[in-house]
Design a protein around this ligand. Sequence first.
Ligand code: NAP
Length: 302
Amino acid sequence: MTARLIKGTEIREEILAELRAETEELKAKYGRVPGLVTILIGENPASVSYVTLKIKTAQSLGYKEIQDNRDPDISEAELLDLIDRYNKDDSINGILVQLPLPKHIDEAKVINAIDPDKDVDGFHPVNIGRLMLGGDEVKFPPCTPAAIQEMIIRSGVETSGAEVVVVGRSNIVGKPIANMLLQKGAGANATVTIVHTGTKDLASHCLRADILIVAAGVPGLVKPEWIKPGACVIDVGVNRIGEKVSSKTGKTIAVLSGDVDFEPACERAGWITPVPGGVGPMTITMLMKNTMKSFKSSLGIK
Ligand code: NAP
């Protein structure tokens, strides 16, 4: 069997086109567009490149985008004040503080300071609670788990009644996606198991999975013989395993791999996400979707 590829790059374009059309329609009707602020502290190269991509995507959709870059020596109090200002700004629907923050700033305090109704990353404890409650309570599902669920749904893979195994229990991927897929409702209603480093016999759990979601950060952790034939495999891992010179730009770029041994896995799985080009490109897209949701909620529409 050769697995069908679930291409994040293609699904991203579909969703961005939907959001672009919606932005134009709402602008014509209400004279307003979704507003997103990205707050970047310092110049960590990875953070700069993530933020740049978020800004470019927001602009390409016609969103109002404020890029608020601050020096790395900003005090915690100053940052909290800044967030408070955006909390009160009606033209801003989403506040994104790029993590990680410098060591002298308490990350939890900063996340807790964001108005939960503008927390488009879905990291605020109120939004994590809403996610747990499920149904209409959910406001902003965190972006990577939302990307995973959207990719499964748009690929036509049945979740209801499926055995889902999630490898990894982080707060940003493993726990939320497990919680989302076990909720009663469309695109979920699965039987979910989470496995981690304390799990005995990882292979036997993986082998039961109709949908196997791997978010461990360990290259090649999941062996092809751990995959149930025909299963849907979502590889969230992004691991730098080397460097190469790009044939397009001549620049040195990272060689990335997922957590699944990809080539042989394609012979067992029914569907699989590639790395790169799988979940990665979808995460920012879901941030844009959450910002649109927040904007519509501010307009009093669904
Ligand atoms: P994390 O916080 O390091 O959590 C990793 C989880 O995997 C932990 O729960 C850990 O178990 C488990 N784990 C690690 N090694 C294992 C092993 N040998 N057997 C079983 N379980 C194991 O990582 P994360 O933030 O969730 O990220 C996971 C991967 O996804 C990374 O490669 C990251 O780069 C990638 N990622 C991609 C995106 C994206 O594409 N947009 C977004 C987020 C993350 P314990 O809890 O027992 O330690």
